[in-house]
Design a protein around this ligand. Structure first.
Ligand code: XMP
Length: 517
């Protein structure tokens, strides 16, 4: 479909290409990401207002490395090249790129050398600004018509401009939060260079996705795995709006849910929305299968597979379903937060994605795949999801099982559920729930000696975790006010049998992850 007010993002394989799309959305403009292999076809089909070329792990110096389609280069449209995108532009337009000996990764400071439309209302000549570099190769000679508008010690061509052709390019990554003014640079490109007005909204995303879901599903039947979290709830509402009764939601209780979770979900979906919902009690299946499993990846794989087994069994009962819907988000898809441009590393198999068995009889419907959590919340509000659901802290598909390092048993799930409920209750009472991205307890496979009353105890240690984050890809430990943690600790030890010591986890992400497994 033609979309003349949109931005086409050509993906050369960077870990953070989706962040470019996000920044363009933040500027109020619709964008589509296409892999470089199909960029020529997409360019002709969409007829965009401008093109952004992403970073990527390849080296333009190498034979057969990805290239910008000639039709895009010849189009006369505005272009923004980022990192690999800058190198490809330079190489293809007659400049020179060389392999760097060492590369440059992380925070760097650039100096503004000249005026540029990208700096409108933002930067002035002579100023220094922080950016995030991540490159091995670098531009060593400009293509004709280009001038340098910013430099850094490691990147003399940090930002280059060809005003006549409206082509701009930078060595660093403006899309990541570590380039504090990056979103504004991209917004300036979109609005001032490409001249696209910023009136794209989540309402349009909703309409576009509904059309896409209808096209994908046709007359087919869809099973949606509901976890009670905001992602799967939003996915279910969106799909229900698209295909109505062709959707059946399945809520699986594998014994790894939080306190009161099942009741809440069932009453919202059956009572409030009147969406067909099957509530499956699969506690025996999950608990029996988890017996003796201690390796985090083995747990994740087992849980992912067992969910699918249950969904497939439920699909059979309703006479077959060709599609399985999930609330998979973008951070679940990339699984890795590497900004280094190296090959993507599997940090953990998120059960929405990597934890799924290779052989599955249903096709996936994942309408939220390109969104980040905070964007899903905006969409949830757009769809009228009640605030208590929209604002809920994320909860992972594998649930409490990955918050019980070591073997998962019913007894340990019960202990953790109680402690977690107290922790969250105190957080709500203190009015801190919305200030925190995610708070939860982890039941450690460690016992410690304590003294209660006149007796000796030898019980489990509980770790409390609370983090702030924008999108779950990086996170900082939350600093509770002075009296909070001692109060929660006392309550948990007094009220939960089996725990005699509570510790607080101060690790940020990276180097930690948010969940312990
Ligand atoms: P990590 O632990 O990787 O988590 O820093 C980042 C965010 O993702 C959530 N998470 C998951 N969500 N299925 C999900 O739906 C999963 O398998 C999964 N693992 C982690 C985690 O709770 C945090 O919000």
């Amino acid at each position: 479909m033609e979309h003349p007010d949109s931005i086409l993002i050509v993906d050369f394989g960077s870990q953070v290409t989706q962040l470019i799309a996000r920044r363009v959305r933040e500027a109020g403009v619709y964008s589509e990401i296409v892999p470089f292999q199909s960029a020529a076809e997409a360019f002709a089909r969409i007829n965009p207002a401008a093109v952004i070329l992403s970073g990527g792990p390849a080296s333009v110096v190498d034979e057969n490395s990805p290239r910008i389609p000639q039709a895009i280069l010849d189009s006369g449209l505005p272009m923004l090249g980022i990192c690999y995108g800058q190198q490809a532009l330079t190489e293809q337009l007659g400049g020179k790129v060389e392999k760097g000996d060492s590369g440059e990764f992380g925070e760097a400071f650039i100096t503004v050398e000249g005026e540029c439309t990208l700096f409108d209302g933002l930067w002035a000549t002579g100023e220094r600004h922080q950016v995030w570099m991540s490159h091995g190769d670098k531009v060593t000679a400009l293509a004709p018509g280009f001038r340098v508008v910013a430099t850094s010690p490691g990147a003399p061509y940090a930002i280059i401009a060809n005003d006549e052709r409206r082509i701009y390019a930078m060595q660093f990554h403006p899309e990541v939060v570590h380039t504090p003014d990056g979103a504004k640079l991209i917004a300036n490109f979109v609005r001032h260079v490409a001249g696209v007005s910023g009136d794209w909204t989540m309402a349009e995303f909703r309409a576009a996705k509904i059309a896409e879901i209808r096209e994908q599903v046709g007359e087919g039947r869809v099973i949606c795995g509901l976890s009670g979290g905001v992602d799967s709830s939003v996915a279910a509402l969106l799909i229900h709006e698209a295909i109505g009764d062709q959707l059946t939601c399945v809520f699986v209780d594998g014994g790894i849910l939080r306190q009161g979770e099942a009741e809440q979900v069932v009453s919202l979906f059956r009572g409030h929305y009147n969406i067909p919902l099957v509530h499956v009690d699969a506690q025996d299946l999950f608990m029996d299968g988890l017996a003796g499993v201690t390796d985090p990846e083995a747990k994740r794989k087992f849980i992912g597979k067992t969910f699918i087994d249950v969904f497939e069994a439920e699909a059979k009962k309703i006479g077959g379903a060709e599609f399985l819907a999930q609330g998979t988000l973008y951070p679940d898809v990339i699984e890795s937060v590497s900004f280094t441009g190296g090959p993507s590393v599997t940090i953990k198999s998120h059960h929405n994605v990597g934890g799924l068995p290779a052989r599955m009889n249903m096709k996936l419907v994942e309408p939220l795949r390109e969104l980040f959590k905070d964007e899903v919340r905006v969409l949830g509000r757009e769809l009228g999801l009640p605030d208590v659901f929209v604002g809920r802290h994320p909860f992972p598909g594998p649930g409490l099982a990955i918050r019980i390092p070591g073997e998962v048993t019913r007894e340990r799930c019960d202990i953790l559920r109680k402690a977690d409920a107290i922790y969250l209750d105190e957080i709500r009472k203190a009015g801190l729930y919305d200030a925190i991205w995610q708070a939860f307890a982890v039941l450690l496979p460690v016992r410690s000696v304590g003294v209660m009353g006149d007796g000796r105890t030898y019980d489990s240690v509980l770790a409390l975790r609370a983090v702030t984050s924008v999108d779950g890809m990086t996170a900082q430990a939350f600093d509770f006010p002075g009296d909070f943690l001692p109060r929660v600790t006392t309550r948990i030890i007094n009220e939960v049998k089996g725990i005699n010591r509570v510790v607080y986890d101060y690790t940020s992400k990276p180097p930690g992850t948010i969940e312990w497994e």
